[in-house]
Design a protein around this ligand. Structure first.
Ligand code: ADE
Length: 248
């Protein structure tokens, strides 16, 4: 995967992409990350990239010329990769969207700042708009890092265990089961017996049930869309009956 990141603050990305799984993916040639400072394409003496909004009101707006120049000089015109604007007005980023994006060979991530970008950038340059959640950040940089991270770990060969992405929270529409490591007893709190039993079928059943239970307790909204078996539905019905009984 080849990422082109367009931002006014490339230095925000440098430390994060230099560590852990992203760094290893880069070293192994699985992810290439190119940082482009939009300010380098501002042609005036002071490299101005923002201006006041037409119609008045507070805040500043990112000018279209440097953004178009940056993206088109790197990716051509029209750009030969999806150009994704990070904005709170975009479609909500989910694991399904991460999987969708991981299928492209190249992605451009465009980070807005100030009150936003000139509307002509959205209309005539951007091909997709993504929000990482219903809150407003100071700029698109953190959101671009979120997308970059979630997409990179899905690329073939990036994670040591090739089955790992399939086991993640959200991969099958459910939250993940709890994890334990040594010691078997910590401050008197024991690791569940089943996990130490060596009985892989029992462990798999326990994990699936925990995963279902957690999702039911914490994110019931996800259950409506998760692919559930008849057994899952029966379990949920039992928990719901127990809950009703507890409440009297
Ligand atoms: N820029 C500012 N807030 C954002 C958000 N929630 N998602 C993506 N980009 C943003």
């Amino acid at each position: 995967m080849h990422f082109d990141i367009f931002t006014l603050f490339p230095e925000v990305f440098t430390p994060y992409i230099a560590v852990s799984i992203i760094a290893r993916a880069r070293e192994r040639g699985l992810a290439e990350i190119h940082l482009h400072n939009i300010r380098d394409w501002a042609t005036d003496r002071h490299h101005v990239v923002d201006d006041e909004p037409y119609g008045g009101g507070g805040g500043m707006v990112m000018k279209p010329e440097p953004v178009f120049a940056a993206v088109e000089s790197v990716l051509g015109s029209p750009p030969r990769a999806p150009v994704i604007l990070l904005t709170p007005q975009g479609r909500l980023f989910t694991q399904a969207v991460a999987r969708e994006l991981a299928a492209f060979p190249r992605l451009a991530l465009l980070c807005g700042r100030y009150e936003g970008v000139d509307e002509r950038v959205r209309q005539h340059l951007v091909t997709d708009e993504i929000s990482i959640g219903d809150y407003v950040l100071t700029g698109g940089e953190l959101a671009a890092l979120v997308v970059l991270d979630a997409v990179t770990r899905l690329l073939p060969g990036v994670l040591g265990d090739p089955d790992a992405p399939a086991k993640d929270s959200h991969a099958n529409g459910l939250l993940e089961h709890p994890h334990y490591t040594r010691p078997p007893v910590f401050r008197g709190w024991e690791v569940p017996e089943v996990l130490r039993s060596g009985d892989h079928a029992r462990i798999a059943r326990w994990r699936h049930e925990q995963s279902l239970r957690r999702t039911w307790e914490r994110r019931p909204d996800l259950l409506a869309r998760a692919p559930l078996s008849e057994e899952d539905h029966a379990l949920i019905a039992r928990w719901e009956a127990e809950r009703r009984a507890d409440r009297g």
